[in-house]
Ligand binder design. Structure first.
Ligand SMILES: *Cc1c(COP(=O)(O)O)cnc(C)c1O
Length: 410
């Protein structure tokens, strides 16, 4: 049995080596500072550090020291929300001028959700998914309370049918194309099409999609989208989030919830009345956190020359290989909560086991860094720019080891 296992592992090892050798994104790995002798699978919480970041942050600190106020314009700080937004936009299928960076995903969500609801004043329902991420749930409930609306939540696979059946009541659909727990993905395009047919506005939270899953915001005619940048986009702890505004929402009369001065058409005129900028700048709120913005802008260089379609292919190759390794090494001992069907997968794999907490701790002791979502899920993000197939094999091998090795319960 042991001999047989070793032979199987050898097969997987040579397969991993072969896949790594032909991975077109292998060059990108050198653009990151990765922990020595560990396998980092925590990008669902915090992407690793791109090596271009420290020097750029130092440069910004030194511009502050030497150039003081003039650096706001001379060092390009004032325009950075748009410039950085455009860079993020290339990974979201958004044309230049439709994405701005700044604030947090939570703040942007509140801001655009109110704006979206104001576009459909005659409708009373905000439609979300049952598996909403906590902050999405809280903000949706808060906006509903403030505007006197009702919230309805349905499983993501029912969104299209619910929109077809009761779409004329629905003001806004708030969708998350990747389940933050299980990593299950569904088609934002299908949801957007059904919403359009029903006359509902679409808001997408892309935190678990940005940088790993194509979302084609322009082509899918999404109204508003938000997302954080510290997960797959590797912008750093608390890095500025982004908001996407469909071009059709650049010059209409509606207002964002948070009409901050930097989103004004003429911010330096300090006018008594708020007039929104007639472009995506209206999603700017207050002054941007420049040191974090500079870190994010430098981090995005790690994606230079790489398309989101290439990233998706590598991502699926890594998760395919995870399934192949799990079939041989874990069979029957755990349940993989992520759907096996490729178009139903996001960027991470979730493994279900009642001892998830203990197993994640044991794995960390052995150099495999995953994380946990209570009650019983272990999550392993497979960042396509930094992870190899050999490392995926190591994750599964170590998981098989800690499963065999764990103390008998009780
Ligand atoms: C991570 C995540 C957030 C984070 O929001 P912050 O404002 O950055 O804390 C929001 N929504 C989803 C779906 C997430 O996964």
């Amino acid at each position: 049995m042991i001999v047989q296992q070793a032979m199987l592992d050898e097969l997987l090892e040579s397969r991993a080596a072969e896949l790594d050798e032909h991975d077109p994104l292998a060059v990108a790995r050198a653009r990151f500072v990765l922990p020595h002798a560990k396998v980092y699978c925590q990008s669902t919480c915090l992407g690793p550090l791109p090596e271009s970041v420290p020097a750029m942050v130092e440069g910004a600190v030194s511009a502050w020291g030497h150039d003081l106020l003039s650096a706001w314009m001379d060092a390009g700080w004032w325009d950075s929300p748009r410039r950085v937004g455009d860079k993020i936009g290339t990974l979201l299928g958004a044309a230049p001028g439709r994405v701005v960076a700044g604030d947090s995903a939570t703040v942007h969500l509140f801001n655009v959700l109110v704006a979206a609801a104001r576009l459909r004043p005659e409708r009373r329902v905000l439609l979300g998914i049952t598996s909403q991420f906590s902050t999405v749930r809280y903000i949706t409930d808060s906006v509903a309370g403030l505007l006197g609306l009702r919230v309805r939540r349905v499983p993501p696979e029912d969104l299209v049918a619910v929109l077809a059946a009761t779409g004329d009541e629905i003001a806004v659909v708030i969708d998350e194309p990747v389940d933050f727990r299980t990593g299950a993905a569904h088609s934002l395009a299908d949801v957007a099409r059904a919403a359009r047919a029903a006359g509902a506005v679409v808001v997408a939270d892309l935190c678990h999609a940005a940088g790993v899953l194509p979302v084609d915001l322009d082509a899918n005619d999404i109204d508003f989208a938000v997302g954080c940048t510290y997960k797959y986009l590797c912008g750093g702890p608390g890095s500025p989030a982004f908001a996407y505004l469909n071009a059709r929402h650049h010059d209409s009369e509606y207002l964002m919830a948070l009409p901050g001065w930097t989103g004004h058409a003429e911010p330096f005129e300090m006018e008594a009345e708020y007039r929104p900028a007639d472009n995506a700048d209206r999603a700017r709120i207050g002054t941007a956190p420049i040191l974090s913005m500079v870190a994010l802008e430098a981090a995005l260089d790690a994606f230079d020359g790489i398309t989101i379609e290439q990233i998706r292919r590598s991502s699926l190759s890594l998760s395919d290989f995870f399934f192949a390794c799990a079939d041989r090494l874990l069979a029957g001992r755990v349940e993989i909560a992520t759907p096996r069907q490729p178009d139903r997968r996001g960027g991470h794999i979730a493994v279900r086991h009642p001892d998830a907490e203990l197993l994640v701790a044991r794995l960390a002791d052995r150099g495999v860094l995953g994380d946990r979502r209570p009650p019983d899920l272990m999550r392993f993000s497979l960042h396509p720019l930094t992870l190899t197939h050999r490392e995926v094999l190591r994750v599964v091998t170590e998981l098989a080891f800690v499963l065999s090795d764990r103390d008998p319960v009780g």
